[in-house]
Design a protein around this ligand. Structure first.
Ligand code: PLP
Length: 452
C-alpha cells in the first residue's frame, strides 16, 4: 500500500509527521477513503463544504462555465458569473454593502479589505490613518498583513520581523473573561475597550478595526453580547475608524442568518467572506464595500491597488453563483438555524464528560472547549497536546472536527469546533455526539498515558 506521508510521496504535506488517509469519494456529509472507511465531515473540511459533498448542481455549473470559457483577465473583461454572483450577494448583505471584489482565499480577502481601508483614507485626505486594531485571540489568515492582524503567536514567531504592528484589544470571549460574560459594563464584553484603544493610539492614526462577528476557531464559536457590535459601530463612527467584519468563517449562513453580523443590528464598512460562499467547490472569497467608500477611490486615483491573476475567476464565480442560488432556493440558511438548535441541544450532553469545560456557539457552529479542571477552568498544559490527541482520535472514530490551541493564555488552551454542512440530518447530529464521545474516551486515555 502506498504511504501518503512525507517523504514517501511527492506531496509537500501540511503536516510532515503523519500519514494521510486518501479520500476517494464524498457524498452529503460523508467522506470515504480508499480502504472504505467512512468519515462524518462535521466541519465541512475547514468550515467550507456547507452544501455537503458532490452536489450535482454546483458540479454542473462548474463544468458548464469551463466549457464556455475557463479564464479571462478581470482587468480587460467582465462576465456573467461575476455580475450575477455580485448581484445575488449584494441582495443578502446588510445596509449599503453592495459592491463586491472577488479573490480566491480568505487571507487575500482580508489583505485586500485592509489595503482598501488604508487606500480609502489616503485618498480621502487623511494619510495619517494607517493603524489596524484587532482582537486577541483572533485569526484572519496567513499572508503577512492578515497574519499581522491575527493574534496567533505560534504562527507569527519566525516571521516577526516581516509583520506590521497591530494594536490589540481582548476578544469578547465570555468563558475566559474575568466577568464570565455576565457584566454588561465589562469593557471587553461590551466593546468599550475599543474606544480606549483608539484614544490611546490617537484617532487620526487609526484606519480600521477588524473582528469576526461570531468567533471562529480562535475563540471556539464565542458569541459576543447582543449590544457588542452596535457599540463598536458607534465608536467607529465617533472616531472615523472603518469597521471591517471578517465573515470568512461565520458568514454565508453558518450562524443561521446570511451574515453573522445581521443578528447584531450593525452594518460594517467593509466585510470579508470566503470558505462557504462557493460551498468549497472552487477557491473563492470576496470583499464587500459600499459605494461611498469605493467612490472616493473612483474620484481619486481611479483604481484599487490590489490586483491578482485569479481575481473574478469565471469558473470560481460560477461555483459561487450556483452555491448561493442553492442556499436561497432550498432555504438552507433557515435550515441551518433550525438544525443549529438541534445541534446545540444534543451537544449540551457533552458537558457531562470529564474535561469538557464549555459548549457554545450559534447556528451550525459550535465550539467545545476542553480544560484540565472544570471548576477553575485551568487548561491542560500545552505539552499534553489534548486538542491534537482528540482530533486524531476523532479521525480514528470517523469524525472530522477542527482543533484550536493557545486561546486560553496565548500558549495553552484546547478546543475543537464542529460546523457541519447545512444539509445535515438529526440522525447525523446524533452520530456526531456518539463519535465525539468515543474519541473523547480515547483522547483522555492517551493524554493520561502520556502523563504517566
Ligand atoms: N479569516 C477567518 C476568520 C478565517 O477563519 C480564515 C481561515 O480559517 C481566514 C480569514 C483565512 O482564510 P484562508 O485560509 O482561506 O486564507
Amino acid at each position: 500500500m502506498t504511504a501518503y506521508r512525507f517523504p514517501d510521496s511527492n506531496v509537500f504535506y501540511r503536516k510532515l509527521g503523519r500519514s494521510y488517509p486518501r479520500i476517494v469519494r464524498g457524498e452529503g456529509c460523508w467522506l470515504y477513503d480508499e480502504q472504505g472507511k467512512d468519515y462524518l465531515d462535521a466541519v465541512g473540511g475547514a468550515y467550507v463544504a456547507n452544501l455537503g459533498h458532490s452536489n450535482p448542481d454546483v458540479a454542473d455549473a462548474l463544468a458548464r462555465q469551463a466549457r464556455e470559457f475557463g479564464y479571462l483577465s478581470a482587468t480587460a473583461f467582465t462576465h456573467g458569473p461575476v455580475e450575477e454572483l455580485a448581484r445575488e450577494l449584494a441582495a443578502s448583505l446588510p445596509g449599503d454593502l453592495d459592491k463586491l471584489y472577488f479573490l480566491s482565499s480568505g487571507s487575500e480577502a482580508v489583505e485586500a479589505a485592509l489595503k482598501l481601508a488604508r487606500q480609502y483614507w489616503v485618498e480621502a485626505g487623511k494619510p495619517g490613518k494607517h493603524r489596524i486594531i484587532a482582537l486577541a485571540p483572533s485569526y484572519h489568515g496567513n499572508t503577512l498583513l492578515a497574519l499581522s492582524a491575527s493574534a496567533r503567536e505560534q504562527y507569527k514567531l519566525p516571521f516577526r520581523e516581516w509583520l506590521v504592528d497591530v494594536t490589540r484589544i481582548p476578544a469578547p470571549y465570555a468563558y475566559r473573561c474575568e466577568c464570565r460574560g455576565a457584566d454588561a459594563a465589562c469593557p471587553t464584553c461590551s466593546g468599550t475597550a475599543l474606544e480606549a484603544a483608539i484614544r490611546r493610539a490617537g484617532a487620526d492614526t487609526v484606519a480600521a478595526f477588524i473582528a469576526e462577528p461570531v468567533g471562529g476557531s480562535s475563540t471556539g464559536a464565542s458569541t459576543p453580547r447582543p449590544e457588542y457590535f452596535r457599540t463598536i459601530r458607534e465608536i467607529c463612527d465617533r472616531y472615523q475608524v472603518l469597521f471591517v467584519a471578517d465573515e470568512i468563517l461565520c458568514g454565508a449562513g453558518r450562524t443561521g442568518t446570511w451574515w453573522a453580523v445581521d443578528q447584531y443590528g450593525a452594518t460594517p464598512d467593509l466585510m470579508t467572506m470566503g470558505k462557504g460562499i462557493s460551498g468549497g467547490y472552487a477557491p473563492l472569497s470576496a470583499v464587500a464595500a459600499p459605494e461611498r467608500i469605493v467612490d472616493v477611490i473612483a474620484q481619486g486615483s481611479g483604481s484599487f491597488l490590489h490586483a491578482q491573476t485569479f481575481s473574478f475567476h469565471p469558473v470560481a464565480c460560477a461555483a459561487g453563483l450556483a452555491a448561493v442560488r442553492l442556499l436561497k432556493r432550498d432555504r438552507l440558511v433557515e435550515r441551518c438555524a433550525r438544525l443549529g438548535r438541534v445541534l446545540h441541544e444534543r451537544l449540551a450532553a457533552l458537558t457531562r464528560l470529564p474535561h469538557v469545560g464549555d459548549v457554545r456557539g450559534r447556528g451550525l457552529l459550535a465550539g467545545i472547549e476542553f480544560v484540565e479542571d472544570k471548576t477553575s477552568r485551568a487548561p491542560f498544559p500545552r505539552a499534553a497536546r489534548f486538542a491534537e490527541a482528540f482530533t486524531e482520535a476523532a479521525l480514528e472514530a470517523g469524525l472530522v472536527v477542527w482543533p484550536n490551541v493557545g486561546h486560553a493564555d496565548g500558549v495553552s488552551g484546547d478546543l475543537v469546533v464542529v460546523a457541519p454542512p447545512f444539509i445535515i440530518t438529526e440522525q447525523e447530529i446524533d452520530q456526531i455526539v456518539t463519535r465525539f464521545t468515543t474519541a473523547h474516551t480515547a483522547a483522555v486515555s492517551a493524554v493520561n498515558a502520556g502523563a504517566r
